[in-house]
Design a protein. Structure first.
Length: 207
């Protein structure tokens, strides 16, 4: 074996390249990326000063509240880490995320979220269901799924202004493989799933 193949993930993270990979993974955590995108989507409403609240509500119930629970449980040692590295722990996490998301959807239906927000939510819910079904068997990449979905959604919503997501996606996907959190196949499968789920959802709901 070469030194490269025997390098431990912790050692990889300590190198200059490893720090770039770790930074990309941490900054592009799915709850943070999707929260940002939901708020951006809410600005596409006819009255953005009003509709922005729908983005905030969606971000809270679909992303930030479940993520806060994950952080607390990880700190208590009830989860492996805030990325939920153990695939056996992913289904329960995704199930309570789905429950919180449905509560958020009920609130959004009352306050009247704009169509772009619903288009994005549809993709997120499809991604959550995919993780619930697949994660106990195979550790598909949630980061890659999120970046795939965010890329296609951002381009559909904002055109060329969505290019930063296009640039960020390969970096984040590479970081997951480099840090050995996922295999290349898990990352590719996640990315394709995100593109299809989010793209189809946004196109069907928003048109």
């Amino acid at each position: 074996m070469t030194a490269a193949t025997t390098t431990l993930p912790a050692e990889r993270s300590s190198t200059a390249v490893g720090r770039v990979a770790r930074s990309a993974t941490e900054i592009a955590q799915p709850p943070l990326v999707l929260s940002f995108l939901l708020i951006l989507a809410s600005l596409l409403g006819d009255r953005w000063m009003v509709s922005i609240w729908s983005g905030i509500v969606a971000a809270l119930f679909i992303c930030l509240v479940p993520f806060a629970v994950v952080l607390i449980l990880a700190k208590r040692g009830q989860l492996t880490d805030h990325h939920v590295g153990d695939k056996k722990q992913r289904r329960p996490v995704m199930l309570w995320t789905l429950g919180s998301s449905l509560i958020g959807c009920a609130i959004l239906s009352i306050i009247g979220a704009p169509q772009p927000v619903w288009g994005l939510i549809g993709g997120i819910l499809c991604g959550i269901v995919a993780l619930i079904l697949v994660s106990p068997i195979w550790k598909i990449s949630g980061h890659a799924m999120t970046l795939g979905g965010a890329t296609v959604s951002a381009v559909l919503m904002f055109g060329w202004l969505g290019l930063p997501f296009v640039v960020a996606a390969p970096l984040v996907c590479w970081s997951r493989v480099y840090l050995r959190d996922h295999s290349a196949r898990q990352v590719i499968a996640g990315f394709i799933t995100g593109v299809v789920a989010f793209g189809a959802s946004y196109t069907l709901i928003v048109g």
